[in-house]
Design a binder for this molecule. Structure first.
Ligand code: SD4
Length: 333
């Protein structure tokens, strides 16, 4: 009997066995999923899902997904309609990373509606990873992007009001407050924000994108974590991906997204890894950690996802074959 099992296994070795094991693993490994930060992640995920659901590539899905909030003037924390810097200029940060460790980034880019697509072009058409400011703008224009005014009347009015006090003080969870204020006419004060998105496609490949107008009323030239590979976003196709939102300076200090991916490589589940990164921020500066928001989001190669943040109020959106849902992240405070 034993030898019969062995001999039938022997017959199945090689390509057949590989094919059989692949098809057995397929339903688990290759279930597409997309997750993204904040309430506006729901609409962004829907655009990404259209691609994933048809068997498309995760890279195409995350680019299409984050273009939704980039072009949405009701979102005052990303792209068009984003709140400006203290000089009244809308400056955008974005990065993208695929399953082959290719990555591209633009920092402090002005006048372009879709910085994520410029970041993708940097990745695909240049020998570089990062382009900044005027160079990034010239590169975009040379590649057919149109120069546009991104400062909406609403964001200009908010900036003029802010000028009266000119006090730079990031507001916790303003991303949802600003968005919901536009959408539901409720909500609160100004500040920052970002969409970070992670996806796995039906081939089991991971990609991610992160795009933002950064912290409102920042110093001219300031760049946050969002376009910094390893800080605002990191993808390792063997392990998983992570992305961040909140006060970028705190994320950069611990290279948050890369840290989370490495913790997952060591066996942590996505939520555990995100929690450990949040705790790292607290251990570095417990006083400051009480006053700012940072939220992390992670997805592993098995399609498991998780999140953790400093302050209550960070939400994230999930879309897969089973659900289209907004979750509240667990928090320390
Ligand atoms: C930044 N991390 O520029 C971005 C802002 C953000 O939620 O994510 N806000 O620092």
């Amino acid at each position: 009997m034993r030898s019969a099992v062995i001999s039938s296994a022997t017959v199945l070795t090689g390509e057949q066995l590989f094919a059989a094991s692949k098809s057995l693993a397929a339903p688990l490994l290759n279930e597409p999923i997309v997750i993204s930060t904040w309430d506006f992640g729901i609409a962004a995920n829907a655009a990404a899902w259209e691609i994933l659901n048809k068997g498309g590539r995760a890279l195409d899905a995350v680019e299409a997904g984050v273009k939704i909030p980039e072009a949405d003037p009701s979102n005052q924390s990303v792209g068009y309609g984003g709140l400006p810097d203290r000089d009244g200029k809308v400056t955008l940060d974005a990065c993208i990373m695929d399953e082959h460790y290719n990555c591209g980034s633009v920092m402090c880019l002005e006048h372009i509606m879709h910085p994520i697509s410029v970041a993708r072009l940097v990745m695909e058409k240049t020998p570089h990873v990062i382009l900044t400011g005027e160079g990034a703008l010239n590169f975009a224009l040379a590649n057919g992007f149109k120069k546009q005014n991104l400062l909406t009347k609403e964001s200009e009015a908010a900036w003029k009001k802010w000028l009266k006090t000119s006090q730079y003080k990031p507001v916790i969870n303003t991303e949802n407050q600003l968005y919901n204020k536009q959408v539901t006419k409720k909500g609160g004060a100004h500040n920052h924000d970002t969409i970070g998105m992670l996806a796995m496609d039906s081939a089991g490949n991971l990609s991610g994108a992160c795009t933002t107008s950064g912290m409102a009323y920042k110093l001219r030239g300031r760049v946050g974590d969002s376009p910094v590979i390893g800080a605002g976003l990191y993808i390792d196709n063997e392990v998983g991906g992570a992305t961040a939102t909140g006060v970028g300076e705190e994320v950069i200090r611990i290279v948050g997204s890369h840290l989370i991916v490495e913790l997952m490589r060591q066996g942590r589940k996505p939520e555990e890894a995100c929690k450990e990164a949040v705790e790292r921020i607290i251990s570095r500066n417990p006083t400051k950690a009480k006053e700012v928001q940072v939220g992390f989001l992670a997805l592993n190669k098995q399609g498991e996802f998780g999140s953790f943040c400093l302050q209550k109020g960070f939400s994230y959106a999930v879309r897969n074959n089973k659900e289209e849902k907004l979750y509240d992240a667990k928090s320390i405070y």
